[in-house]
Structure formats: structure tokens, C-alpha cells
Design a protein around this ligand. Sequence first.
Ligand SMILES: [Zn+2]
Length: 284
Amino acid sequence: MVGEVWRIGDVKISRIVEIEATGGMTRIIPDATRERVMGMRWLQPHFADEEGRMRGAIYALLVETPSMAIVVDTCVGNDKDRALGAWNHLQTAFLDDLKAAGKGREEVDRVLCTHLHVDHVGWNTMWVDGKWVPTFPNARYLMGRKEFDHWRANAEDGQADVMADSVMPVYDAGLVDLVEQDAEICPEITLIPSPGHTPGHASVHIQSEDEAALITGDFLHHPVQFAHPEWSSAPDVDRPQAIQTRKTMYERFADGPTLIIGTHFATPTAGFIKRDGDAWRLDV
Ligand SMILES: [Zn+2]
């Protein structure tokens, strides 16, 4: 499904949704029980229902600047063997949706992964004639050097499979550029280090004319973590560091003009961080 489209100066950002669902996110943020979420009325109706069930999504962004087309994060992907039933052997119309949003897979110039978890690298590859091949044959795939080195050395908890079917095939094809966590991708797009969820995690800052946006990646998973930055996400590799990153990023962007595009936020996906007492919230 093609979702929202935003314009940040000369940059067009289109959301290509693989999965959007209600419930199941307490698995990711165990402190966010239904009772607690129910009491936070500002999350309704977009990010939680009246019974405290959180909404979430997995999607990619097509970011079109005047000089290039970039896909940011590539979801779970089709045909992948995954332990989680809802992610196993998906068959979605992702590539048709990407084309409907503006680009066929041969027209993509860059693929940018905020980090190398399973739901951010899936469409790096596709299953063709019995093997995983690069989905975007004319793209350079940009991955964090620190992130790549970490997961090559520590491929536990299913990450070995993810590296094998979604990362190494593009690396072995010579399509990967390992980049620093604060790399400039093009004049409008710069990475911001946001470690903790994973060691080499980066967020994506977009600036054009006098407008700006931030693609969070997974330094948070749900807007409930604006109110409770101390609520860890279960997959956070370094929880104290992840908490510090959330607070630092909220402080930096609160009450400012930067559109915050939350990588796992349900529709409408983007908003502005506002200070709210000792914590923060998202205004959409
Ligand atoms: Zn994720």
C-alpha cells in the first residue's frame, strides 16, 4: 500500500507500507501495558485504541531529492524464512507499490539501512531462480560500517539468517558502501548517530530550503516512548545508551519545526515533538 506523501522543500518522501496492525507491540515495549497505554489519551486514535492496544507499522520510504532516488529501510521482504509467523514467507505487493509511489526497482539510486535488523533489510534482496539476488541492481546500498562489523561478528538470535539472505548477497555483489554514522548522503540528507538499539544505528536528517524532517529508525518504536523514554524496546542492544539517545534526540528536536517520521509509527506516521511536563509527546 502507498501511504502518506510529504514534501520537505525540494524533497518528496513517500511511504510504502508492508504491514500495519493493532496489537502485538507490547512484545516490543514490555513496560507499555494496555492499562498504562489506555491512560495516555493523546495516543488515541492513531497510535492506540481505546483499550490500550498500540498500533504499529513496517514500511519503507522512497526519498526523492533533485539528484537521486533513495529507499530508506527495506522492511521484512517476501519469501524470507522467519521465525515470527507474521513475517514468515510474506507475499506482498511491495515492488508494485514502490513503482506506484514513483520508482521501479531499477530506478533506485541508493538503498539506506538505518540498521541491519530483520525488518529493515528484507527487500535488499529477492528470491529469483533459487537464490537471493539484489532487488535494486543499479543502487549503491549504504550501511553503517560499525553496524555491519558488529553483526558480522555477533550474528546471534536469528541475525545470522538475516545477514545470509538479506545483507551478504548485496555485499558479495559489490553493491555495498560502508558509511560512517554521521555521513552526508547528498546535499539534503545527512545521518545522525543514534546508537543503543544497535551499536551502529543512524537516523536520517533531511533538510531542503527552510524545511526539515527526521526519519527516526528504531531509536524508538512507538510514540508512547516520547512520554516514557526510559521504557526500553526489547531488542535494544544497549538499553542505557538507547534511553540516553531517546532523551538527547527529543531534547534536540522538541518544539522545533522538524517533522518527525517514526519508522514504526502507524498512520499518520509523522508529527512534531512537544515538551510535555518532564517528558515529551508527539503532535500530529
Ligand atoms: Zn524495526
